[in-house]
Design a protein around this ligand. Sequence first.
Ligand code: GLN
Length: 543
Amino acid sequence: MTRFVFITGGVVSSLGKGIASAALAALLQARGYKVRMRKLDPYLNVDPGTMSPYQHGEVFITDDGAETDLDLGHYERFTGVHARRADNTTTGRIYSDVIARERRGDYLGGTVQVIPHITDAIKDVVVAGTEEYDFVLVEIGGTVGDIESLPFLEAIRQLRNDLGHNQTMCVHLTLLPYIPSAGELKTKPTQHSVKELQNVGIQPQVLLCRSDRPIPENERRKIANFCNVRSEAVIAALDVDTIYACPISYHNEGMDREVLRYFGLPFEGSPDLTRWEKIVHAIREPEGEVKVAVVGKYTALLDSYKSLAEALLHGGIANNVRVKLDWIESEEFEKSGDIAERLKDADAILVPGGFGERGAEGKIQAVRYARENGIPFLGICFGMQMAVIECARSLAGLTKASSTEFGPTSEPLVGLMTEWANGNELMRRREGGDLGGTMRLGAFPARLAAGSRAAEIYGTTDIRERHRHRWEVNLHYKDRLEKTGLRFSGMSPDGVLPEVVEYPDHPWFIGVQYHPELLSKPFDPHPLFAGFIGAARKRAESK
Ligand code: GLN
């Protein structure tokens, strides 16, 4: 039997609903249950693919090529279960599907309405493909009371009747603010938020209350009384120093116990949480510290680099060091020019993914600084493309080297495949003749050159990594660049698309066309991040 846990949020946003959901999933997993996680996003965009990184943060890419909400990254990092396209749905997606069906005539002349047509479509995506799981955790984006979330709330209300109360439950995440002048935690916002839920017919069974201190017994009882839940089901979600302490902290507060008890499952004893204890220990008691400069362009909203920041932290766990991140807006270098001063403390430099010309020159300068000064360097996606352009300009004498992403250029080191592979021998070699021309999204295999640093780091020559980009490094420049010492050490299996470049005579310099940060887990740090932070540690210790 598959059990559904619906997770809603109240009072304010940014309470960490995604992490709370992921931590609960990790606890159920530690109890031996098979879990799957889903997210329903109330906004009208069909997916977050076109949304600004400043508004929405990172777009998380699944193996099957879906552009999804960044919470799916948390789900994967806490459970290790890879998300699929079907695990993230938006209002825009639901409506566009229903309207497409209406245009096809599927409703046979009926009046198409929010109830039942939209809510039926929502219920279908919630339950589709969940048979093999013990638990499906479904997070509803946004906050209770938003007009946009109403159809989703109505759908889960109906699902509780359709599937039965023994197969579904609702967990509501709220805030208990501490008011210093009163000297107490205030329960009123939680009461109001639960009322709001009850107004749409939903009674939560567990309240997860974000709080900066333990909830006193009388406040707990008060919440229980006013919100119609058992007092033990009022769980404190205490502030923690690292998100990876959440599974342990929630367990100590009784979260998994209450969920299992509700479903009539055995809840005594403790799950094995050694995995999380080890991670938390490594984060809290590192042996040293490294400083990594991240030279990007969306540093005003660090959620844009969510998976990257986590993967760097995982690299620190693998090397027993604290990773201090210095987020630098690459345009700074274009203005001040004093790059050496700004980067002098960096033990390693990373240029992440990005879109558009703004800040590109500053990133190219950062690449050059890392290359010339033997500083460990990792270039990801756009960062790899800039590393190739820097090589062309500084070492191969191609002073006009650029990317067609920035406009027409006489030296398209980076271009669309339709620009540099169309109608030539490469097109025939390209599997199925597919030249893309659209975003390359999802997991693709690549082959690493035997004996390369990349192959050594991965411990294999066959890898599979997730991509999100439109432009590619132009293979026609390979020979000229390799003469300068840059090695094309990873290629698509058909040999057409450069996927990894490295300088063998540099202490640690790697550029990758894919996004390794999307696959890193705290309990299984990605080899590239483990290697990169290892190189940073070496440099820090030699200083
Ligand atoms: N803008 C570049 C491209 O589309 C790089 C994208 C990225 O870094 N994710 O190819």
